[in-house]
Design a protein around this ligand. Structure first.
Ligand code: ATP
Ligand code: MG
Length: 560
């Protein structure tokens, strides 16, 4: 996609064109009413965010309405915990729903409409077992066969359906089916099941029901009950649209202006999986530390990682909405959070792998406070004072005893600048006698070279970040990498390779004292290391824990 096409998708997508036309033709008067219908069987992921931004975005653009509807027609997989997390996530993204509904609230109505269909001769009770139903359905190349129960009388069907509801039959022994066309080229139209018997406890209706409606029946009718105008779903449902329309045409006297189903391509991202089933498996197998593990593509994981709602909304805007499938590079999501935080968050010094440096000619016990800009690209963020003293930490990788030619950081006899402070020169390397490990460096500093004093006497090539050893705050830092190495996530039957190094925990890091008392969820840029956020679960006043949101640079170009 080139830049120009992208702009067009962003400004008006094909769904907006459909809505514009409906408004022009007054199909629904001037109403625009969408809904976001998650099944509460897991936590929402970034793919859901695309659907949320789309549905709630349309509400905002057209001054319409958008409902949040829990599609809770499947009693065995749903839980209250998921309902609560979904509400929290939608709100966190910055959206407010007009109506909050549950498909289960419509069980009685759905039942009544099913009786209407039976009375019209459009639905029947079928005693074939699931395996037989499958065999009778036929294939893509062969038509199906009529069920031997297809011509039951209306009275018998009504009686059996009522007794199904009353709990007289065993689970799986009977179903209610729509009577459409067993020879239809569209398999979804070959007398699809509308109701099945399930003796399960439902999270809201408890044990009131032992028959449950199928998605293909419950969804269009729920949309119609809520007066939805545009029912937006993902492409897998394209072949179900004739069935969606069929139910509402058969119930036309109740729903004179039925909603319209519109499909768009679901979001797929590189280096991760995007299905609740697969995500649940990662949680259950203990591969990650819960649905909100910062490596998860869930909204709660991204939030804990440190992503902002605006970065996710910007990402959803940029990917646009289209009918053709495409996988999005996760680098675009990372680009969006960098762009969002760049000018907003303070840039501070943190040493993740400390090496002690003693400045031998700096007076013992002396402390001076040096001025530092909070964000070089945003002067409005002002300045702060950082303590400097005789003992500091630098990054272990910033020193080499035998450096190659182009190494401009610290090495024996070489001089570098300490950011916002002085030039130091390495005079002596102190090693552990037994292991040979470098324990500390002895350096000297030149008081003439203080930052901001306009010293021009000589130049150095390297600038190192550092923290004062006595003032720095010890912290734990968690660095994340992708959960998966390969990109073939969604290809059926193909398992992605888990990345064994997706989490690196650094227990002994030192951060400059400005982070003291950081509230959970505080964000910073650490020089050279990237953007970080205090962990909302594990970070406390006495033990700060930082998550790396994203590293600083990437070769990614969003306009390519
Ligand atoms: P999953 O396979 O992850 O469980 P789902 O489609 O079964 O996804 P639902 O809770 O039924 O999950 O989805 C709620 C809404 O979010 C639906 O309208 C669905 O189309 C949309 N949605 C789900 N996944 C994606 C995705 N990857 N990209 C865009 N929209 C999505
Ligand atoms: Mg689903």
């Amino acid at each position: 996609m080139d830049n120009k096409d992208e702009k067009i998708t962003v400004s008006k997508n094909f769904i907006q064109h459909i809505i514009d036309k409906d408004l022009e033709e007054n199909v629904y008067g001037q109403r625009v009413h969408t809904r976001f219908p998650p099944e509460p069987n897991g936590y929402l992921h970034i793919g859901h965010a695309k659907s949320i931004c789309l549905n709630f975005g349309i509400k905002e653009q057209y001054n319409g309405k958008c409902n949040l509807r829990f599609d809770d027609t499947n009693p065995t997989k749903e839980e209250v915990e998921y309902v609560e997390s979904i509400e929290e996530d939608v709100r966190w993204l910055g959206f407010e729903w007009d109506g909050l509904y549950y498909a289960s609230s419509y069980f009685e109505k759905l039942y009544e409409y099913a009786e209407v269909l039976i009375k019209k001769g459009k639905a029947y009770v079928c005693d074939l077992c699931p395996e037989e139903i499958r065999q009778y359905r036929g294939t893509l190349t062969e038509p199906g066969k009529n069920s031997p129960y297809r011509n039951r009388s209306i009275e018998e069907n009504l009686d059996l359906f009522r007794r199904m509801r009353a709990g007289e039959f065993e689970e799986g022994s009977r179903v209610l089916r729509a009577k459409i066309d067993m020879a239809s080229p569209n398999l979804n139209m070959r007398d699809p099941v509308m109701y099945r018997i399930v003796y399960a406890h439902h999270h809201r209706t408890n044990d009131d029901w032992c028959i449950y409606p199928m998605y293909d029946y419950a969804h269009p009718v729920s949309d119609a009950i809520e007066n939805i105008t545009h029912s937006i779903c993902t492409l897998e449902f394209e072949d179900h649209r004739p069935l969606y329309d069929w139910f509402l045409i058969e119930l036309k006297e109740y729903f004179p202006t039925p909603p319209k189903q519109i499909e768009f391509a679901r979001l797929e991202l590189t280096h991760t999986v995007m299905s609740k089933r697969k995500l649940r498996k990662l949680v259950e197998d203990g591969v990650v530390d819960g649905w909100d593990d910062p490596r998860m593509p869930t909204i709660s994981g991204l939030r804990r990682r440190g992503y902002t709602p605006s970065s996710i909304r910007e990402f959803c805007d940029r990917i646009g909405v289209a009918k053709s499938k495409s996988e999005v590079d996760v680098a675009l999501l990372e680009y969006c959070i960098r762009e969002d935080l760049k000018l907003k968050e303070p840039r501070i010094m943190a040493v993740l792998d400390p090496l002690k440096v003693v400045i031998t000619n700096y007076p013992e016990g002396q402390v001076e406070y040096l001025e530092a800009e909070n964000n070089q690209e945003n002067p409005e963020m002002g300045t702060r004072q950082i303590p400097f003293s005789r003992e500091i930490y630098i990054e272990r990788e910033d020193f080499m005893e035998n450096p190659p030619k182009k190494f401009f950081r610290l090495s024996p006899g070489k001089e570098v600048r300490l950011k916002n402070a002085y030039f130091i020169k390495c005079e002596e390397v102190i090693k552990d006698e037994k292991t040979g490990e470098i324990m500390e460096l002895h350096c000297t500093y030149d008081p003439e070279t203080k930052s901001g004093t306009g010293f021009t006497g000589r130049k150095v090539k390297g600038t190192l970040h550092w923290v004062s050893a006595t003032h720095a705050i010890p912290a734990e830092v968690r660095l994340y990498d992708y959960l998966f190495l390969e990109d073939e996530a969604e290809e059926e039957g193909k398992e992605m390779t888990l990345n064994p190094d997706s989490l690196q925990v650094l227990k002994e890091c030192y951060i400059e004292p400005s982070v003291k008392g950081a509230e959970p969820g505080s964000r910073y840029q650490f020089f050279r290391h990237g953007y970080f956020c205090t962990d909302s679960k594990d970070s406390t006043e006495d033990h700060l824990v930082f998550n790396r949101i994203v590293s600083l640079r990437s070769s990614y170009n969003p306009n390519k």
